[in-house]
Design a binder for this molecule. Structure first.
Ligand SMILES: [Zn+2]
Length: 439
């Protein structure tokens, strides 16, 4: 008989998009809820008492007053930058040259990609993250390493070989042809294998020739079910550089559009300084904007006005941008998103922040039919949050007027200590020592 597991606690579910509708109508917390798991999937979500009665054979894992929520979906990371996160003193282009490229060059060493991929997935699971969309390095072995590590964990990961054929060190450059050939071979090897999803990955326009962007645009036409991930309008210096490299382009987005790299399955990281035309085009084609607020603050890029883009109907995701971002934590990232929006006069609600970090990012990746929700049929990718994980949070939570005030304190002040357990594909892959309370 198939083993069933019933997680009981406070459950977080969604019935709509709280950035475009009233959050009260879209987001629910059930203080006496439960999630029934069978194999890798969620079988049912409902009242604990009802599910206990209907499934008396299920093993019960009681999480008390903890918040059982969908696992976090980090929609833009660079797993190869794990070991150089929090590097001091540079802005984007100097930061790439000083810290990032030397570290990415190490991925030519046998065994190194496997070591960092495993470390990265362990660290992110400890922070409640169950899916990432990651840039790899120029080396195809770096893509194999992250997909193999994810497969061993039963984990859904989006990844792709980073393509660069100019303005990068010799040992990190490919060509237009080899980028096409290597990416095509990786798609054949990985895309749709288990829970692996391939993203065609030009790093950004300054490190690709027009020929390379065209080759990757042609590859996307051949594989339209793949995602495409890149960077867009992160810093003013970068935008000026793009203008000098692509003098005929109307704007930064046009460098992608002109080469077949604009579409609804395109993930555009940062988008801090978009022009009116770029916003119009992204809204029109439903291109995904991935907000990386800790990175934007850390590298001094600026403060994205996220609610403004949401009001235009652009699908949005949330991301750490490890290691341009300064934390692996999507809790810390939600706090930074709140702070960035405050600078533009918007107060994002805890319900909106949680949705962004889970269902919103899953939708951005076109995977919200599989992940990002506690819902029957979805994969059992779950984070369990202790809403009193530190003395500072507990004393604030004890004064909370309602459950959302309680949750908000953890979003603003929490870190990996708040993650009591992480479940991936129906298995508990990470749990604090005090994780499972007696039923
Ligand atoms: Zn990035």
């Amino acid at each position: 008989m198939t083993i069933q597991t019933l997680l009981t606690g406070q459950t977080l579910t969604y019935t709509g998009d709280p950035l475009t509708s009233a959050w009260q109508e879209c987001v629910q917390i059930d203080s006496a809820g439960a999630v029934l798991l069978q194999g890798a999937r969620i079988l049912a979500v409902g009242k604990a008492e009802t599910l206990k009665a209907a499934h008396p054979q299920a093993q019960i894992v009681s999480y008390g007053d903890d918040l059982i929520c969908p696992g976090f979906v980090d929609a833009h990371v660079h797993y190869p930058q794990t070991a150089m996160i929090a590097s001091w003193g540079k802005r984007l282009i100097d930061w790439l040259n000083t810290y990032t490229f030397p570290e990415e060059a190490r991925f030519a060493d046998p065994g190194y990609p496997e070591q960092i991929a495993a470390r990265f997935l362990d660290l992110t699971a400890a922070h409640g993250t169950t899916t990432v969309a990651s840039f790899a390095t120029v080396h195809p072995a770096s893509v194999d390493a992250i997909f193999e590590a994810a497969a061993a964990r039963g984990q859904c990961v989006v990844a792709g070989k980073t393509c660069m054929d100019r303005n990068a060190p010799d040992d990190l450059r490919d060509t237009a042809q080899s980028a096409y050939d290597d990416s095509k071979a990786l798609i054949a090897r990985w895309h749709g294998t288990g829970r692996a999803h391939y993203a065609i990955t030009p790093r950004f326009s300054p490190t690709s020739t027009p020929e390379q962007l065209s080759a990757l645009g042609a590859l996307w036409v051949e594989h339209p079910d793949c995602l495409m991930q890149t960077h867009l309008s992160e810093q003013p210096d970068e935008i000026a550089w793009v203008q000098s490299l692509y003098p005929e382009a109307r704007d930064y987005l046009d460098t992608y559009e002109a080469h077949g790299l604009l579409g609804a399955r395109g993930l555009y990281g940062h988008c801090v300084h978009l022009t009116a035309r770029e916003i119009d085009r992204l809204a029109e084609v439903q291109g995904r904007v991935i907000h990386c607020p800790t990175s934007n603050a850390f590298i001094g890029s600026g403060l994205l006005d996220l609610p403004r883009l949401a009001a235009r109907g652009i699908p949005l995701g949330l991301a750490t941008d490890t290691g341009g971002g300064s934390s692996f934590s999507m809790l810390r990232t939600m706090a930074a998103a709140y702070e960035a929006a405050q600078h533009h006069g918007h107060a994002l609600h805890a319900a909106q922040l949680m949705w962004l970090a889970t269902a919103g990012s899953a939708r951005a990746l076109h995977l919200d039919h599989q992940i990002g929700h506690l819902a029957a049929g979805h994969f059992a990718d779950i984070a369990v949050l202790d809403l009193r994980s530190t003395a500072a949070i507990a004393q604030r939570a004890n004064r909370a007027g309602d459950v959302w005030e309680d949750v908000f304190a953890t979003l603003m002040m929490g870190d990996d200590r708040a993650v009591r357990a992480t479940w991936i594909g129906g298995s508990c892959v990470q749990a604090r020592r005090d994780a499972v309370r007696p039923a």
